[in-house]
Design a protein around this ligand. Structure first.
Ligand SMILES: NC(=O)c1ccc[n+]([C@@H]2O[C@H](COP(=O)([O-])OP(=O)(O)OC[C@H]3O[C@@H](n4cnc5c(N)ncnc54)[C@H](OP(=O)(O)O)[C@@H]3O)[C@@H](O)[C@H]2O)c1
Length: 380
């Protein structure tokens, strides 16, 4: 590990944050977890709950170096009037994960405020205790680009699929300018689409894999059928079978993020945190059908448009896939040169999608569905 062994983590209860906090604590870091209480739960309890959801039955000794601080990044002082309520023993690595990750936010202006102004609030307010910043962006700041996207590239005049991508690029540009002004070393990391944990199949965000599984669940529910049963034998899906959406499981991504935090050579660089060998849609869809026991019983035809009339099944698929289609049909590939240079074993950290993994995702999604039947839907 590098000299700094103290981390300040925003968004610590989030999907990536909870996995990262677990890994950092297990590797001996002191972690200051920043975030907010919800209506029902105090911040500290939310963090503990998220660690349990990330599959960690932590003992009190495991959590001895975890310190939770209530913070709202919408406020310039993060809600710490006067002095900061904590002073780490050593200058810290600030990992900024918090953000509004919705593709369809109810208020795009508020999303920009969270993702751009919130990032600057965090850097400014925590400057006195920060030695280095690791800003978590997204590979999809590349927007609608095609071909090879290099880690060194950012704004090349691309268009965006949604406000989320646009505000994440704006945040990168703004945090770079602020860190330059402050003379603070900045590392930018850009994960791709993060999907379910490889060990448990769980996810605290609604992932692209959850979408595939959930639409199959809904079709089964609508027709009153179970695994291995089908109603329609021909189904059209508006997906390019050869496209390789870059979906990477959360556990290797959080592990890679921790390794980047520990590398003295990471400062000043940008790192794609993407799957090194993404699988083609046709292969993943085949495995999803195998996991539901319906392979060979349905002929999927891949089409660029879904002209009406649509069957009820096709309608359900089209509605569920709508905001995910740009990612399912992406033709950009992400250069991993910087990431592989810092983490020589990077490629070996990523297992391929298998039917066994999808069974875990299905079991997780069904259990969550049952438990949350009446609760607010999760978002991505
Ligand atoms: N998941 C992906 O597929 C993916 C892919 C690429 C990049 N990323 C990036 O990785 C980061 C983490 O993603 P994630 O999937 O872990 O996100 P997530 O599960 O949606 O968690 C977002 C976190 O941000 C916090 N947050 C939002 N607004 C806040 C505010 N005003 N004050 C304090 N905390 C606030 C949330 O707190 P509450 O729980 O209180 O709302 C939550 O802890 C994001 O910056 C995202 O852009 C994610």
């Amino acid at each position: 590990m590098g000299a700094a062994q103290s981390a300040i983590v925003t968004g610590a209860n989030g999907f990536i944050g909870s996995h990262l906090v677990r890994i950092l604590l297990q590797r001996g870091w002191t972690v200051h977890a920043l975030g907010r209480s919800s209506k029902g739960d105090a911040w500290h309890d939310r963090v503990l709950k998220s660690l349990a959801e990330a599959g960690w039955a932590a003992s009190p000794a495991d959590l001895a170096n975890l310190h939770c601080h209530e913070a709202d990044l919408a406020r310039p002082d993060l809600g710490f009037p006067g002095a900061l309520p904590f002073r780490p023993a050593t200058p810290s690595v600030l990992v900024h994960l918090a953000g509004d990750t919705r593709f369809v936010p109810p208020d795009p202006v508020a999303q920009r405020a969270t993702n751009v102004d919130g990032t600057l609030n965090v850097v400014r307010a925590l400057r006195p205790v920060t030695a280095q910043i690791v800003h978590v962006s997204t590979a999809y700041v590349s927007g609608d680009r095609t071909g090879l996207v290099r880690e060194s590239e950012a704004d090349v005049g691309q268009g965006f699929h949604n406000n989320y991508e646009k505000t994440k690029l704006e945040a990168e540009v703004a945090v770079q300018a602020l860190c330059r002004e402050y003379g603070l070393p900045l590392t930018i990391t850009r994960p791709s689409i993060i999907v379910n944990d490889t060990v448990t199949g769980s996810s605290s965000a609604f992932t692209h894999l959850n979408v595939l599984v959930e639409v199959a669940n809904r079709i089964q529910e609508y027709y009153g059928i179970g695994d291995g049963e089908v109603v329609n034998h021909e189904i059209r899906v508006p997906v390019n079978p050869a496209a390789r959406p870059n979906a990477a499981p959360v556990d290797p991504i959080a592990a890679a993020l921790a390794l980047i935090m520990e590398s003295p050579a990471a400062a000043g660089k940008t790192f794609h945190l993407c799957h090194p060998v993404p699988q083609a849609n046709a292969d993943v869809f085949d495995m999803v059908m195998a996991a539901f026991g319906i392979n060979g019983k349905i002929n999927l035809s891949y089409v660029s448009q879904l002209p009406p009339p649509l069957t009820r099944t096709e309608e359900m698929i089209a509605r569920a896939f709508h905001v995910y289609l740009p990612y399912l049909n992406q033709s950009a590939t992400f250069d991993l040169a910087n990431t592989r240079a810092i983490i020589p074993d990077y490629d070996r950290m990523f297992p391929a999608v298998t039917v066994d993994y999808l069974h875990k995702v299905i079991a997780f999604e069904r259990a969550t569905r049952k438990r949350d039947a009446a609760a607010t839907p999760r978002h991505t």
